[in-house]
Design a protein. Structure first.
Length: 310
């Protein structure tokens, strides 16, 4: 690759690996060099006047093709926020006052277009995104409540944005629903499992406290109705023998403090809201209504029990 072609490739790379010819080639000679690079396979032409470095992320290709930035679900994944959706469409954002029409060379199939008055470009892992607050605002207006709040919880928990920053972006009557959703977000929520369980239980009116500190135990995932501790065990952090033993000790300390622990695996949560509610509500009813809960009547035995508990 000669020096001039290498310079053109560097300009394309600086534009996230894909560019319109008018963004990088200045004059007939440079346009000719681009055609030569395409013929040689050094660059790929994806549409007339649009070239890319081979291997460029398909989502980035679509965003750059529309001279846009990634947002919402696509940007959330790029930022490492968990999501439940399997939707693989590319979510892009353009200024609200900019027209954007599909054409035979630039179809919008597989693309979700967001229009925002506030658009702040950032680069993450060489992807053209917008800042996290704008990603969350788009998610709250576009996605299902579960996905929107899973993304919002993660962004808030990691300190990438604040509720105030997101609120400032949710103005106007069309953002009423998004503001209502944002009010349900919990910065203390540390995993998508906790988000889904919290939403499933609060939807039927249960009191759910997020990340409370239980004396002698430490911080737990959720506490339902003030006494049922619900722990959400993702395989990644709860699969080792050491963590298994640690979890059992935490359960024992919770019981000693008067709480009843219930553990939900990732598979339990993935099964859905109905399964989550069934497991937790059976525990609530079973313990609260149990006639089996009683201490020994014999005073001598009780003295020994109290001594052993010290």
């Amino acid at each position: 690759m000669d020096l001039e072609t290498a310079s053109l490739a560097a300009r394309i790379e600086a534009l996230h690996g894909a560019a319109h010819v008018d963004e990088v080639a200045h004059g007939a000679r440079e346009r000719a060099l681009l055609r030569t690079a395409v013929a040689a396979g050094t660059l790929q032409q994806h549409a007339p006047g649009f070239v890319a470095i081979p291997g460029t992320d398909p989502h980035v290709l679509q965003a750059r093709h529309f001279r846009a930035h990634l947002t919402c679900l696509t940007a959330a994944r790029a930022l490492g926020y968990p999501t439940w959706s399997t939707d693989q469409r590319t979510h892009i954002v353009v200024p609200a006052n900019r027209g954007l029409r599909p054409s035979t060379t630039r179809p919008t199939t597989g693309v979700v277009v967001h229009r925002r008055t506030v658009l702040t470009p950032v680069t993450v892992d060489d992807r053209p995104l917008v800042r996290p607050a704008e990603v969350v605002a788009c998610a709250l207006t576009c996605l299902s409540e579960l996905d929107a709040l899973t993304i919002a919880d993660a962004a808030l928990n990691r300190g990438d944005t604040t509720t105030e920053e997101v609120t400032e972006l949710l103005t106007g009557r069309y953002s009423v629903g998004a503001r209502r959703r944002l009010a349900l977000a919990e910065p203390g929520c540390r995993s998508p499992l906790e988000t889904r369980v919290r939403l499933a239980l609060r939807a039927i009116g249960l009191d759910v406290e997020v990340a409370p500190v239980v004396e002698g135990v430490g911080e737990v995932d959720l506490c339902v109705e003030g006494w049922l501790v619900v722990e959400c065990d993702g395989f990644e952090f709860h699969s080792s023998c050491g963590q298994f033993e640690k979890d059992r000790r935490r359960d024992q300390r919770a019981l000693a403090a008067g709480y009843v622990p219930v553990r939900l695996s990732a598979a339990d949560v993935v099964e859905g809201e109905r399964a989550i509610r069934r497991t937790v509500c059976r525990a609530l009813l079973g313990i609260a209504r149990s006639r089996r809960l009683a201490l020994p009547y014999n005073r001598g035995i009780m003295r020994k029990v109290e001594e052993a508990a010290r």
